[in-house]
Design a protein around this ligand. Structure first.
Ligand SMILES: Cc1cc2nc3c(=O)[nH]c(=O)nc-3n(C[C@H](O)[C@H](O)[C@H](O)COP(=O)(O)OP(=O)(O)OC[C@H]3O[C@@H](n4cnc5c(N)ncnc54)[C@H](O)[C@@H]3O)c2cc1C
Length: 507
């Protein structure tokens, strides 16, 4: 083993891992002019897992990914799924209609294999002038002087070892994260232990526009239409003890489909099949001085809800604008301290939803299952599925804790303004913006210095964009404001509202 004696270092960001989360952070930082180094232990792109792992990108992820300019390419390659239907023993219980979402520019879930998502992100990173350093593994992370300004040991494919002291370190190195263990954190807090059979299969008799989630005495089954005429099929099965390579998976899946959905669907060619038994859990902290964890390095949730990768995308964007703002000197370093609490809370909530879905699916006993089904039918009838389940699965209802106000808008995401014909600015700018609504009152009656309301919350010189109130915007935020004095909202670069101020009439 060659060992170079010197310690390299600079003020750039070192990202460990070129999975989807590492690449998203890398693109967001590069786009904002930050110097980024990405190291990847695999010898080449797509080396470990050429098959599709995550296949769903939900509306909120599409909104935030708009910041790095990859959404139209993803949509071009993916399959829009506007509807998820829920069944019990072959009878439809309810329908989640994403196509009726009124507050997102993306009223559908996008089904796209993770390998394609990663390819799009990689191309974007290269367009932005970035290069992934393959064959480069982080083997050790030590705390540097003065808290956690890390010192990283890298080993390349030929065995050469170098030490590097980056300005900032992001561990996006997946579920087995080296960075996480180096800083002494563990994935804890989720006892879910389920084995899933996951396959990409042709299925005769399935509608390519609708996903199905099927409960039955036998277990749960999901079928999600993918591009190229395939379907992602996932079913819980007994734990596999020992070798399973020679199993007739097509027959096993056909049996699951017949027992859990009913007759009429025929499983054809299997492009990919795998049994997974994920060890789920979350870390308690995602920041240690100048070191951050993101994506599966910080939280692994059950694939049941299709939310794991989406959590990671939102970590990436939540971190990207803060880090770029701090490095460029526009934001104080304290802004980074909000990252961990916000994202651990979001991960806790998403894990709870995934665990509830599993518990719900595994309900035992005829009476309990009947109660579950009747409850679902009623919830669908009275609109609760549309009102609560769709925003929860879309992660458009994420609300971050913020100390400044109890106004119901604070902490929430502003409805995507591009759908409202606005500037498209809230989720795409790198700066804070100010949204003003004055409903039908004449704006000129009210204080002109709207941005001045928030001057104490953002650094002097930070640009502020006023987003015009359009009919579409008003419709989208309908119900958030009571009639009365108009209000202005201070909106973060990731589209979440940080503060709200009531405007007062001019003297
Ligand atoms: C079978 C399966 C099905 C799934 N289905 C879904 C789904 O339907 N929906 C969903 O949202 N999620 C799903 N997931 C989860 C999803 O794949 C992950 O959430 C996602 O890959 C996390 O991305 P990441 O970038 O955080 O980590 P990863 O994709 O794991 O990337 C980490 C990268 O870091 C590299 N690396 C690791 N250690 C080092 C080191 N020491 N030095 C340098 N590089 C290193 C790895 O080689 C890898 O390239 C599924 C996962 C599996 C396994």
């Amino acid at each position: 083993m060659n060992t170079s004696a010197g310690v390299g270092g600079d003020h750039s960001v070192l990202i460990v891992g070129s999975g989807p989360v590492g690449l998203t952070i890398a693109c967001d930082l590069r786009r904002q002019g930050v110097s980024v180094r990405v190291v990847e232990r695999n010898a080449e792109a797509g080396y470990t897992d050429p098959h599709s792992r995550a296949i769903l990108i939900i509306p909120r992820s599409l909104e935030v990914l708009g910041r790095i300019g990859v959404v139209s390419e993803l949509i071009k390659l993916g399959n829009r799924v506007p509807i998820i239907e829920y069944y019990s023993d072959g009878k439809r219980l309810g329908t989640a209609r994403f196509n009726r979402m009124s507050d997102s520019a993306f009223p559908f879930v996008l089904s796209i294999p993770q390998r394609l998502t990663e390819a799009v992100l990689r191309r974007r990173f290269e367009e932005l002038g970035g290069t992934v350093e393959y064959n480069t593994e982080v083997v050790e992370v030590e705390p540097g002087p003065g808290g956690f300004s890390p010192l990283v040991t890298l080993r390349s494919g030929d065995g050469a070892v170098t030490r590097f002291a980056p300005g900032w370190l992001v561990g996006a190195d997946g579920a087995g994260s080296k960075v996480r263990s180096a800083i002494g954190e563990k994935l804890l807090g989720d006892a879910t232990d389920v084995t899933y059979l996951i396959a990409d299969a042709r299925i005769d008799g399935m509608d390519a526009q609708r996903a199905r989630y099927c409960y039955s005495k036998d277990g749960v089954l999901t079928i999600i239409p993918m591009p190229e005429g395939y379907f992602r099929v996932a079913a819980n099965i007994p734990h596999l003890n020992g070798a399973s390579d020679d199993a007739d998976w097509q027959n096993v899946l056909q049996g699951c489909v017949d027992r859990r959905m009913g007759p009429g669907l025929v499983v054809g060619d299997l492009r990919y099949v795998r049994a997974v038994r994920p060890s789920c859990g979350r870390v308690g902290r995602m920041q240690f001085g100048r070191c951050f964890l993101a994506g599966d390095a910080a939280h692994v949730v059950s694939p049941a809800g299709g939310q794991g990768l989406n959590l990671g995308f939102q970590d990436a964007i939540n971190l990207g604008w803060r880090l770029a703002g701090v490095i460029s000197g526009v934001l104080p370093e304290s802004k980074l301290e909000e990252y961990g609490p916000e994202r651990t809370q979001a991960a806790r909530r998403t894990s709870m939803v995934a665990a509830t879905i599993i518990r719900f699916a595994q309900t035992r006993g005829t009476v309990r299952r009947m109660a579950r089904d009747v409850g679902f039918l009623v919830a669908d009838k009275v609109g609760l599925v549309q009102r609560f389940l769709v925003p929860s699965l879309s992660q458009t209802d994420v609300r971050y804790p913020m100390p400044h106000s109890s106004h119901r808008l604070v902490g929430r995401r502003l409805p995507d303004p591009s759908m409202a014909g606005g500037t498209g600015g809230c989720t795409a700018t790198d700066s804070y913006s100010v949204a003003v609504w004055n409903f039908d009152r004449a704006a000129e009656k009210y204080s002109g210095d709207v941005s001045g309301r928030f001057r104490d919350a953002i650094p002097e010189g930070a640009p502020v964009v006023e987003i015009p109130s359009t009919r579409g915007t008003r419709r989208a935020v309908n119900g958030w404001f009571h009639q009365g004095a108009p209000v202005a909202a201070l909106v973060r670069p990731d589209g979440h509202v940080e503060r709200v101020a009531r405007l007062s009439r001019r003297g």
